[in-house]
Design a protein around this ligand. Sequence first.
Ligand code: ATP
Length: 336
Amino acid sequence: MTELCVFEGDGVGHEVIPAALQVLRHVAPDIRIRPAAGGWSCFREQGTPLPEESLALARRCRAVLFGAVNSPSWPVENYFSPVVRLRRELQAFANLRPTRYLPVPTARAGVDLVIVRENTEDLYVGNETTKDGGQTGVAQKVITRGASERVARLAFELASRTGRKKVTIVHKSNVLPRSDGLFRQAALEISEYFTSIETDELLVDTAAYWMVKEPMRFDVVLTPNLYGDILSDMAAAWGGGLGMAPSISVGEDVAIAEPVHGTAPDIAGRGIANPTASILSVALLLRHHWQRAEDARRIEQAVHETLRHGEHTGDIHSDNALSTQEFTDQVCAHMD
Ligand code: ATP
């Protein structure tokens, strides 16, 4: 039996995740949906943002759909990011964030790239302390050869499997030769096994410049955790905006799909959030985890058709904006 563990999380997660599940049921009614608790509201109710039973369910299902969580920007005792923990617990070691042109006025024609981001280490794991009575903050950046090689192999394999031409390794090894330099070296060594793929490298600041100026020059971008987080939000702007950007974290026989956006507190609860990112995240699960490329293609095609007919939510254009539910119904209608 194929099962999907679902965390709606917080904020617009309660709106966009049910929308994505409506679409999933339409193409794959055989997949059993298993709801799980997690996030900030769960922390306030149960004292933990990721209860043991939720983690156990995720481990059993091997496939997770995660909404968004409302992580506080100040230290809260016993709170941790449930999705960061989940990625680590399930060893979902690579995060894939594709950005492809969609027919909306906010997207950039010709963009078709995927950012492959290392998911288990770097500054992003949040290993922090304070010293001097709180006057000095210290964050530890750890990069290992093993994790770097593992994500690099996945990026090059993805490139060759999907007919892509180039992998750009992004780092800051001129300033951080022992950590980013190790990532770079490991990635370059892996690249030697993939002679049909062009290998390129850029410092992260230069990569940010090109991501804004000429995103068409990127094909696959391979990068450590924190740079990937930042660059993929930049890339998301070219795909039409945060409301359109899907992602999936993958490991050995495990996947966590999630929209790139957060809880969008400014619009949460109003039924107007754009569900496209979550719907396309489900398509990524179908393609990359369940090997159901035809079902994935049906969903992507339906989203494309819906947008091409000028049907969209208010983040794309305020004229004739559809609600989350109306947009989702249109996507389902385009699959019939
Ligand atoms: P968080 O603290 O959870 O990260 P945030 O507001 O800082 O929340 P996002 O949730 O990513 O970050 O939102 C950034 C902006 O993009 C907000 O203006 C939000 O309304 C908008 N946005 C994000 N997701 C969507 C969506 N699905 N549909 C429409 N607008 C969205």
